[in-house]
Structure formats: structure tokens, C-alpha cells
Design a protein around this ligand. Structure first.
Ligand SMILES: Cc1cc2nc3c(=O)[nH]c(=O)nc-3n(C[C@H](O)[C@H](O)[C@H](O)COP(=O)(O)OP(=O)(O)OC[C@H]3O[C@@H](n4cnc5c(N)ncnc54)[C@H](O)[C@@H]3O)c2cc1C
Length: 559
């Protein structure tokens, strides 16, 4: 684990480096030229220079042994600088993950030490032309080459698609079907038969090299099979999802805030109808405030998940990673889109950067699992919890938040509890009507689950802040009063969304008869959810004042 002080220093070096080497004009030119600045990426990964990749390599292999929380902080900062460059660095994290989780002791020593010492760039080769969301459809093969009755090596054949760093990586981890099932292999640049295409001409992250790979009879020795046992590939990929999706979540967060942090100062200077836009409520409360609240809800969830990973939580926290990625990437996209609107015509030009950020952050809802696959992952897992607990899972969580609300009535925990109670009722109605046979219902439940769980996280984070117990490394951009107001804004949105959209989908799928409608509406707590909206505008006013620095410290106010 690295200390808060070391992390702070690393983040500062990263910021200083970006300020010097990657000013806006440079980023705009590279984006226009569709060019990956390889020298910059290598500088960032060079152990004698920035050495970012040292962060995630265990100390025993020459790294700094950073945990998930550290990685989240660094990923957010990188995304604030440029998501393409962040992706190039991420590819080494991703590419070496199968080694970190599944390799033999000798393989770990060799490859992780080489990343630490030589700054090797990795690529992660999973996706194929026919196997995107559905990796089970993998076509790349790895055939055993036998010698004296034992496996001496493998011949790999196939094609990989959309591989970040595909054209520039020194080493690629490649997922291929062996006779015993999907397995990861380490393939080095220059291996005979291993080639890549020209970089893709992409919508965004144009500073990242994305290329298709071809493997034609590429021979690798048996010691390049990660873990030395065939058929472990999908398990190894699954084992790191909690962690890797958290990184992409941090990208969504960083991208979203990078855009808002351009819209906020812009609107203090742009005078329309006699006053700065920042003073117009119809502007701030649509284009700025709700996005800040959603981003901070996602942050709260990311931080809770990262802390659980670092505490050695059982299981891979796959679903938590999915919720974090889903919320942060969707919130990041919405914030960037709103920031274009916030800058009006200027927002629509290259020069003002929000247009580039918006194109860049778009990728976060696609790679490392699309938003729809996240919805499915979340829903399937939490559905099992609903069944196992006979419908009590979310009622129990709601009761915990009610207890928090009793101690801290200001942090929005009451409204978050309403969201969770309503969610439990929606899921129960879906169970009774067997509505998850409709895929759309299953996926919409995934969305509602993410909103309700994130509302709970943000309320807890606001309470920790109020008690002075927030994790030392956590962002302190907002004080306790501001965080509580952000939480109240988000919790109201979550409660209304879960109750009303839950009703919409359940009724829409024929799950409620006319006679059942009134009792169902009641069970969702709709009157209480509606009542909880009281005070929303004044909370939004307060959040806007905080974001625009128009307020001095405020004592924490009750909802
Ligand atoms: C810039 C970029 C960089 C990338 N980097 C890497 C990398 O480094 N390594 C790597 O291995 N891959 C990488 N990818 C691939 C990425 O992970 C995949 O694009 C992604 O997983 C989606 O797969 P797909 O493109 O085949 O889309 P598809 O799976 O065909 O999906 C298309 C649409 O259908 C939806 N969909 C798919 N299945 C279902 C379903 N069962 N039910 C409902 N809806 C569904 C999806 O959500 C999506 O909206 C990268 C992609 C891009 C664009």
C-alpha cells in the first residue's frame, strides 16, 4: 500500500507533467492529427521518469504496490488530462492483469519485473470481430505443439479487434481457445506471424492507438501460457473485472468533471441578458448541478468498492465494479454532453475542448463491457440476492439507511432509503409476474439498482465526511455541508426514478392488474417519494453556490 503522501506526490507529478507537456493546444493538434503521442506514453511508463505503471505492480517485483483506491485516484487524474493517453496507460494495467491474477510465480517475477524495470507497454487482446460482449464466441485458437509426449508450445491463429495499444505495445496478452478452453498467452511484438493493422479512425480517444491484430501460426513456448494450465482464461478475466471496471469508472468520473470544470468558469464570464450565465438558475440547475450530483454519487460508489477490494473483500466484486462503471461512465457522458450545451456555439467547436472531452468519454460506456452488459450483470446478480433473502435484501439496506438518517438527517439517507424500499417492491412484483423473462425489464432493473445503491453510498460518504472519518486519500473538494446537499439532490432523483420508472416497467410488462395498481403504488411509497422532493430547489441553489464559490462555509442543514 502506498501512503496518502506518496499518492498526493504522484498525482502532483502527473498534473505538473501534463501542464508542461500536454497543454490544450497540443492535445487539440494530436486529436486532429489522430496521433498517439508514443513518446509521452513511454515517458509516463518509464520507471526513471513518471513511472505510473509502478503504482500497480507489487513491491516484490519492483513496483509501489498501490491498491485499488490509489489506482482509482490516478485513473481519474489521467482522464482529466486526456482519456486517450489514459487508455494507453490503462492498456498496460489491463494487459498485465491476467498475469497478476493467474500467472505462475516465475511468470509473475519475469513479466511484472520487466514492466517495472523496462516500462514495457502491454495490450490486452480479448475482443474479436465476432466476439465482443460475448467472449464465449472466441474464434482464436491455440493448438498444442507436442514434443517427446509433452506440450512444448502452442501455435496461435486468429484475429483480434479494437485492441488499445495494438500497434505500439511491446507485449500483448492474447485470449485463445486451447483444447481445454479459453486461455491467456503472452505474445511479444515481432513474433513471427504476429501483425497489426493501421490504427482505427475513431470518434474519440484519438490519442490512443487502437488496432486490429492478426495471428497467423504464431508460435509461443509453453511457458507463455499464463498460469501453466489451459482453460482458465475466462475465470482469470472475470477475477479482475471488479478492479478493471473501477478504473474505467474513474475514467468516466475524470472525463465528466474535466468537462464540467470547463463549463463552470466559462459561465462566470459569459454575459447573456445582462448577467453571467452562472447566475441563471435555469442554466445551472439543468446543465451543471444534477451532473455534479450524479458524478459524486458515482465517486462514492467507486470509493466504497475500492476500499472493499483493498481490504481483501471476498469475491471479485464484479457486480460492484459493474455498478461503479455504469454510473460513472453514464454520468461522465451526460456531464460532457451538458458541458457542450453550457458553452453554446463555442462548445461545438474544437477550440474549447468540451467537444473533444465528450467524444473521448463516450468510450467509457463501451469498452470493458458496454452499459447494457453492465445492466445485465448488475441485474442478474442482485436478482439472486433478492430471491435468496426472500425479497428482503433491499429492504434491509433501506433500514440501515433509515438508521443513518436518524443520526444524520441532513445526508439524504431518508430519500435513499425510499429508493431502496421501492426497489425491493419493484423486484418482488417482477418476481411474482415472472417479468425478468423480458430482457428489457431485466436490464432496466439493472439501471434502477445502480441508482438506488449509489444513493446509499453517497449518503454514507456525506455522513463520513460530517464525522471526519472519510478515507484519508479521498477527494475533499466538497465539505460536509456541500456533500450533504449533493447527496440530498441525488437521493431525491434516485427515489423518484426507482419508484416511477419501476412502476412504469412493471405495469408495462403486464405485472399489475387494475385492482392491484393502488396497493402497488402505495407499496412503492410514492406519496413519500413525492413529498421528499420538497427542498430540492434550495438544495440545488446551494450546490450551485458551492460550485461557483459563492458561499462561505455553511453549517450542515437538515433536509
Ligand atoms: C476504442 C476502443 C478500444 C478498445 N480496447 C480494447 C482492448 O484493449 N482490448 C479488448 O479486448 N477490447 C477492446 N475494445 C473492445 C470493446 O471491449 C468492445 O467493443 C465491447 O466489449 C463491445 O463489443 P462489440 O464492439 O463487439 O459490440 P457488441 O457486443 O456487438 O455490442 C453492440 C451493442 O449491442 C449491445 N449488446 C451486446 N450484447 C447484448 C445482449 N446480449 N443483450 C442486449 N444488448 C447487447 C451492446 O451493449 C452494444 O450496445 C475496445 C473498443 C474500442 C471501441
Amino acid at each position: 500500500m502506498i501512503t496518502a503522501k506518496t499518492l498526493k506526490l504522484s498525482l502532483k507529478s502527473l498534473k505538473d507533467f501534463a501542464k508542461k507537456r500536454l497543454p490544450d493546444e497540443t492535445l487539440i493538434q494530436l486529436d486532429e492529427r489522430d496521433e498517439c503521442p508514443l513518446e509521452i506514453v513511454r515517458h509516463m511508463c518509464d520507471p526513471d521518469k513518471l513511472g505510473i505503471q509502478l503504482l500497480f505492480i507489487p513491491e516484490e517485483f519492483g513496483g509501489m504496490g498501490g491498491g485499488a483506491f490509489d489506482v482509482y485516484c490516478v485513473c481519474e487524474e489521467m482522464a482529466r488530462i486526456d482519456l486517450g493517453i489514459a487508455t494507453a496507460v490503462l492498456a498496460t494495467f489491463l494487459g498485465s492483469d491476467p498475469i497478476t491474477v493467474g500467472a505462475t510465480a516465475e511468470q509473475k517475477k519475469l513479466w511484472l519485473s520487466r514492466i517495472a524495470e523496462e516500462g514495457l507497454l502491454f495490450a490486452y487482446g480479448a475482443t474479436e470481430p465476432e466476439a465482443g460482449s460475448d467472449l464465449g464466441n472466441l474464434r482464436t485458437t491455440a493448438d498444442r505443439i507436442m514434443q517427446d509426449g509433452r506440450v512444448a508450445g502452442y501455435k496461435i491463429n486468429g484475429n483480434k479487434q479494437w485492441i488499445s495499444n495494438g500497434g505500439v505495445a511491446d507485449v500483448c496478452t492474447v485470449l485463445a481457445n486451447t483444447p481445454a478452453g479459453p486461455s491467456w498467452f503472452i505474445v511479444e511484438k515481432g513474433a513471427k506471424g504476429f501483425t497489426h493493422d493501421e490504427p482505427e479512425d475513431k470518434h474519440g480517444i484519438r490519442l490512443s492507438n487502437t488496432a486490429a491484430l492478426a495471428l497467423n501460426d504464431v508460435y509461443v513456448d509453453a511457458d507463455r501460457l499464463i498460469g501453466g494450465v489451459e482453460g482458465q482464461g475466462l475465470n482469470q478475466a472475470q477475477a479482475v473485472f471488479g478492479y478493471t471496471r473501477l478504473m474505467v469508472a474513474a475514467f468516466g468520473l475524470g472525463g465528466g468533471w474535466a468537462a464540467l470544470d470547463r463549463a463552470i468558469p466559462y459561465s462566470t464570464k459569459r454575459i447573456q441578458a445582462g448577467a453571467p450565465l452562472s447566475e441563471k438558475q435555469g442554466y445551472t440547475h439543468k446543465l451543471i448541478v444534477p451532473h455534479a450530483a450524479r458524478l459524486e454519487a458515482a465517486r462514492a460508489y467507486i470509493e466504497e468498492t475500492a476500499l472493499r477490494i483493498d481490504a481483501g473483500s471476498e469475491g471479485s466484486l464484479n457486480t460492484e465494479g459493474a455498478i461503479a462503471k455504469y454510473m460513472a461512465s453514464e454520468a461522465g457522458n451526460a456531464a460532457a454532453e451538458a458541458s457542450i450545451q453550457a458553452l453554446g456555439g463555442y462548445g461545438y467547436t474544437h477550440e474549447y475542448m468540451v467537444e473533444k472531452i465528450s467524444r473521448d468519454v463516450r468510450i467509457t460506456t463501451i469498452y470493458e463491457g458496454t452499459s447494457e452488459i453492465m445492466e445485465m450483470t448488475i441485474s442478474r446478480d442482485r436478482w439472486q440476492l433478492h430471491l435468496k433473502t426472500r425479497g428482503q435484501h433491499y429492504h434491509d439496506q433501506a433500514r440501515e439507511l433509515e438508521a443513518l438518517d436518524a443520526r444524520h438527517p441532513e445526508v439524504g439517507a431518508g430519500a435513499a432509503a425510499l429508493a431502496l424500499h421501492a426497489l425491493a417492491e419493484v423486484m418482488e412484483k417482477a418476481r411474482l409476474g415472472r417479468l425478468t423473462r423480458y430482457q428489457h425489464i431485466l436490464l432496466r432493473l439493472g439501471e434502477l439498482i445502480a441508482f438506488a445503491e449509489c444513493a446509499g453510498s453517497l449518503a454514507r460518504r456525506a455522513a463520513l465526511m460530517a464525522e471526519g472519518k472519510l478515507e484519508e486519500k479521498a477527494s475533499r473538494r466538497f465539505d460536509a455541508a456541500a456533500l450533504a446537499a449533493l447527496s440530498r439532490v441525488f437521493a431525491r432523483e434516485a427515489a423518484l426514478k426507482v419508484a416511477e420508472e419501476g412502476l412504469r416497467w412493471v405495469a408495462g410488462a403486464g405485472g399489475v392488474s387494475a385492482a392491484e395498481m393502488a396497493p402497488f403504488e402505495n407499496s412503492l411509497g410514492l406519496p413519500a417519494v413525492h413529498q421528499a422532493q420538497a427542498g430540492l430547489i434550495s438544495d440545488m441553489d446551494y450546490v450551485a453556490d458551492v460550485l461557483y464559490g459563492r458561499t462561505t462555509k455553511r453549517t450542515v442543514q437538515a433536509a
